[in-house]
Design a protein around this ligand. Structure first.
Ligand SMILES: [Zn+2]
Ligand SMILES: [Zn+2]
Length: 295
């Protein structure tokens, strides 16, 4: 294993030695933190919850990005409050990114902004998805009277950067990313001089995304493809080489590897080695509940 690659529980000792403050600090502190709710992908994923992230600002869980299967449990383990959530930003409507949102919102309900991709022939827009779930006649219409949300559909073509939400401290922007035929959005969060980007699932072929994430302090990537992936997988997911090149080209300060779909440790180690051969900065392997202190 490359000494720059750390993770939990894979290399808890290394984490303690190399990044004691950034990675082990508790969320709910002052400033901005990223908390990983789900570091897995679809399928077994070694028991990891599917994709989801919280952004904590000054002790409050302000932003939820994705809510894949299993994230409801981790959300409550984290101590997050549904009432504190001001923005929910969905990357796309594969179940490993979206299936637990009704469970997180039930039964308390909440008021929030809701962002996500525009629709296509195959996938609903964020507005249609919310209507099919939460409004009269929807699968979870029982939540209708408990939710108050304003919708923002984000262009998924990949050239346009959309300003999504700001509370005066955090600013969230989005851009379409290429994920096969699935309308998908990658997100960036700026907080003063600090910044974080979430790649979402993508194959890495949108050069505008590299510009979009330029100079971020932390880049969260979704490692679902292997170097020899072909066909549908290759159209959906970037290879480790491509992730490394993207992180280098964007001058990312630190890469967090998430959406770990494989349950094969040897495969993960191989992917991490290839990533490290293409990116010289620090790399951390995500784990569920991990908290990263951005500042
Ligand atoms: Zn996924
Ligand atoms: Zn996906």
């Amino acid at each position: 294993m490359n000494s720059r690659i750390t993770g939990l529980p894979l290399a808890a000792l290394f984490v303690g030695l190399i990044f004691p403050l950034q990675i082990m600090a508790a969320c709910q502190a002052s400033g901005l933190q990223i908390q990983v709710l789900g570091s897995g992908g679809p399928g077994a994923s070694s028991g990891r919850a599917s994709s989801g992230y919280l952004l904590w600002l000054n002790g409050q869980s302000k932003v939820l990005i994705d809510a894949g299967g299993g994230t409801k449990t981790v959300f409550h383990q984290s101590g997050a409050s549904v009432a504190d959530i001001e923005l929910i930003a969905m990357s796309h409507f594969h179940p490993d990114h979206s299936a637990d949102l009704p469970a997180i919102l039930w039964p308390a309900g909440a008021a929030f902004s809701l962002a996500g991709p525009e629709g296509s022939e195959l996938f609903p827009s964020i507005a249609s998805w919310a209507r099919l779930l939460f409004e009269a006649g929807g699968a979870f219409a029982v939540l209708e009277g408990r939710l108050e949300y304003s919708l923002l559909e984000v262009e998924s073509g990949g050239a346009t950067v959309t300003t999504i939400w700001s509370n005066g401290e955090l600013e969230v922007t989005g851009i379409g990313v290429p994920h096969g035929d699935v309308p998908t959005i990658g997100y960036r969060v700026d907080y003063g001089e600090f910044s974080v980007a979430f790649s979402s699932d993508q194959n890495g072929s949108n050069e505008a995304f590299v510009e979009f994430i330029k100079d971020v302090d932390y880049l969260v990537i979704h490692m679902a493809g292997n170097e020899n992936s072909t066909g549908v997988i290759a159209s959906l997911h970037a290879k480790p080489t491509v992730w490394g090149q993207m992180a280098t080209a964007s001058n990312a300060g630190h890469v967090i590897v998430s959406h770990i779909a494989t349950s094969d440790q040897n495969q993960l180690d191989e992917n991490l080695s290839i990533l490290a051969a293409n990116y010289g900065g620090p790399v951390t392997v995500a784990s569920d509940l991990m908290c990263v202190d951005v500042r």
